[in-house]
Design a protein around this ligand. Sequence first.
Ligand code: P6P
Length: 338
Amino acid sequence: HAADAHRTDLMTITRFVLNEQSKHPDSKGDFSILLNNIVLGCKFVCSAVNKAGLAKLIGLAGDTNVQGEEQKKLDVLSNEVFVKALISSGRTCILVSEEDEEATFISPPLRGKYCVVFDPLDGSSNIDCGVSIGTIFGIYLVNHLEATIDDALQPGKNMLAAGYCMYGSSCMLVLSTGNGVNGFTLDPSLGEFILTHPDIKIPKTGKIYSVNEGNAKNWDGPTAKYIENCKFPKDGSSPKSLRYVGSMVADVHRTLLYGGIFLYPADRKSPNGKLRVLYEVFPMSFLMEQAGGQAFTGKIRALDLVPKKIHERSPIFLGSYEDVEEIKALYAAAQNQI
Ligand code: P6P
């Protein structure tokens, strides 16, 4: 009767967030209001992504749709939706979006105490072929009035919350507010995100590695050696499977649920890798640690990184605790040889 229980206890993300809030007696509910505005943005984007094929929302901006309206690309539309939802929440003071070159500073009366960093539609190059894409976000506290850009350049370990919403065969929002990781699936008939994956823990080790093998020519020694071990294990165990979607939210979501390791290493072409620190590396690293996994930049714990620029990139190795330990050992050995 699990299904019936699900139907009757209906733990929605809104109730879940309010339950979390009740654990902080001094909370005035600002955080819950902020999260609920992020959830609203995710619901809108989910609906727009699902209609994309039909309403010809895909393709280049500048096209006109059947109504002859100026067509916005989905990622531009998604960004506008999140920026508006976050500002109108009245709980933010700084927004950093992958879509906007500069940070957005909010002034009174709508100014609040949180800085939100987000990629409104990550993996959007995959939209036209129907591959899963997602929104990634992280939330920092800014505990003084006049916010500056430094309040957005905090190390990932300062994040209060992080999450992603994956727009795939179902719409799933995975969230951590610092007490573990929970997954919510959108029930379109209710228009509510329902708790379907309580207290997600990533397996300690996995049989999957996830990397763009097309960059192999440019990898450094430790990464090349690690991938070699995945394919030709020295201990005689069976090789790992390669699974790579090329959409970070899809690759990380699979890693979180099935275990294994996701890598976007540095290479000779891109010495800092490709993924962005604030709104790709930090939120996914936060979630991995909260789920019992870990995240490493090739030098340090990913969440200890202190970014200098809002669109800065970093190499990232994240996933099952023991799998990341292996690549950390290879980088440490290489460091000792220098
Ligand atoms: P590559 C998508 O463009 C993205 O930003 C991430 O979602 C994804 O993990 C990565 O880039 C894929 O990059 O170089 O393997 O195509």
